[in-house]
Design a protein around this ligand. Sequence first.
Ligand code: ADP
Length: 187
Amino acid sequence: MRWILLGPPGSGKGTQAKRLAAAHSANHLSTGDILRAEVAKGSEVGAEAKQFMERGELVPDNVIIRMIRSRLQEGNGNGQFILDGFPRNRLQAEELDKMLTEIKVPIDRVVLVKVSDDEVKKRLAGRAVAEGRADDTADVIAHRLDVYREQTEPVVAYYREKGRLVEVEGEQSIDQVYSDLEKLVTA
Ligand code: ADP
């Protein structure tokens, strides 16, 4: 499986990606998780990314693209992967297309986990309490949603225009969303 999972913050795509990757021995490439690990390590990338993440801004494209490129080339997970959190703007989507053409690896699914704005706000406020993530304060949440609308929705449109987008309903139980996603693995 070589998938891109798209969806707003709080759509649950991270949870689903983790589960799908485990079930199919694929590499779960979550740019958010990778960045948080870099911040925790205190690496150079982490130090640069931290200021953007805390504000709910996108980390500069060159940082992210380098990060993804090296991981796609590592070839973990038998060449199977689920991209979660990338691409997040149009330029990243175009760069990804180039990379995949270069390494001759086609994507087989681009899936949008659909969740309404109201539901997203509710969920993120809940997660802030549960996990204490630095970017889950009310202001930063609102900003991340704006960034999603302005920069990431065009990525959804990009794949939709190419006829490559499939949607699943994200406002269902975690198990139900997972079962809808599993159906797409074999469909
Ligand atoms: P969310 O739940 O908001 O989607 P993520 O864990 O995917 O959170 O990402 C957290 C933060 O990491 C983002 O707000 C952003 O600052 C940074 N980030 C993650 N992926 C990317 C990316 N592809 N491009 C730029 N910044 C990114």
